[in-house]
Design a protein around this ligand. Structure first.
Ligand SMILES: Cc1cc2nc3c(=O)[nH]c(=O)nc-3n(C[C@H](O)[C@H](O)[C@H](O)COP(=O)(O)O)c2cc1C
Length: 333
């Protein structure tokens, strides 16, 4: 969200908060305000732009910690972009990618405001908290499994970005055989942890673990799950996959779906890390999928496979060493 300032022909200023997308070096914002009651072309900002194309945009970040204050001001020339123009469709697609809410709105039928930036003035670092300068390999090397988080929540737009990253994972036949159950509130996390505790108890006891050890591990697992600001339960969804008459091919089809779920998980973990967050992987649902389905009241066709936890790392984890590349290449013909 930014603020858009326009002025009429007398220089009388007018500012509104606005949603925008930056695409191809241009800013676009839709005219989405109740078009039935007001002709969008009559909005004050549109009338101003007609009289005087000079606009200013401010995108800012406030933080209680004032070292995190930042803003960017863009000054430029605005005009109205009509739906018939080819650029309009591209801008609408970009806006709907950024703001899913626009997918339900008729913004493709209305003009957009198009702003061509002329000057940029920045103060502070709007990207602080991100991990700038890391290329994809840098993100892969830096990503680490974090198991304990501070209570700081994951911002809704970060949750969205993480899920969006999962959406773009490769999948067999492009069928996207995964679904995401997103837990941010304490109650569902608590309910899930309590439901899984019985299975954990049973399994650890079966392993011959002493009662006190079982109790400590149960408590730890509970705390780890409920203490994560964001938990994404990754579920396999096999209904859209191909079916085969033989078990061998059917098993391979399922394996492909599981592999794809792993790719979705990695997309999410890397994106979270790129956003300055951290993530962890808990495989527990794999051992009691039906318990997870029942606890979260999920569609019974879903098979929970993993819980990905996200948040701000409470401390840097100790990492296991990764094998040298030469150990992994078994044939280089
Ligand atoms: C399929 C899978 C299941 C995992 N399950 C767990 C788990 O249940 N608990 C856990 O603490 N870490 C789990 N991990 C994380 C691994 O322990 C971690 O990736 C590994 O130790 C390497 O550390 P790194 O991720 O920091 O490089 C899992 C990872 C994968 C890929």
């Amino acid at each position: 969200m930014g603020r858009l300032a326009t002025a009429d022909k007398h220089g009388q200023p007018f500012a509104v908060p606005f949603c925008f997308v930056y695409e191809g070096g241009l800013l676009y914002t839709p005219l989405d305000e109740k078009p039935k009651s007001t002709d969008p072309r009559n909005l004050k900002r549109v009338r101003n732009i007609r009289e005087n194309p000079h606009v200013a945009v401010v995108i800012d970040r406030y933080s209680e910690d004032w070292s995190g204050l930042a803003f960017l001001m863009i000054r430029g020339a605005a005009c109205l972009l009509e739906p018939e123009e080819p650029e309009h469709a591209r801008a609408v697609t970009a806006l709907r990618e950024k703001y899913p809410q626009y997918r339900m709105m008729q913004i493709h039928e209305l003009p957009l405001i198009r702003i061509e930036p002329e000057t940029f003035t920045a103060w502070g670092d709007l990207t602080a908290g991100l991990r700038p300068g890391l290329d994809v390999l840098g993100l892969m090397r830096g990503r680490r499994s974090v198991r304990w988080y501070t209570p700081e929540p994951v911002a809704p737009e970060q949750v969205r970005a993480i899920l969006e990253a999962g959406r773009w994972a490769p999948s067999p036949h492009g069928r996207q055989p995964w679904r995401f159950a997103v837990l941010t509130r304490p109650e569902p996390k608590e309910k899930l942890a309590a439901a899984m505790a019985a299975t954990w108890d049973q399994q650890l006891t079966l392993d011959g673990q002493a009662e006190e050890v079982v109790a400590t591990r149960l408590q730890k697992a509970h705390d780890r799950l409920t203490g994560a600001p964001l938990v994404v339960v990754l579920c396999l969804y096999l209904d859209d996959l191909d079916t085969y008459p033989d078990a061998g091919r059917q098993k391979a089809e399922t394996t492909m779906a599981v592999q794809s779920l792993g790719a979705a998980a990695q997309n999410m973990l890397l994106t979270a890390y790129g956003l300055g967050l951290d993530g962890g992987w808990m495989c527990a649902p794999l051992f009691c999928p039906e318990v997870v389905v029942a606890a979260l009241d999920l569609d019974p066709r879903l098979v929970p496979h993993a819980m990905l936890t996200f948040g701000h790392a409470a401390k840097d984890p100790v990492r296991r060493p990764h094998r040298p590349l030469d150990d992994l290449i078994v044939l280089d013909a």
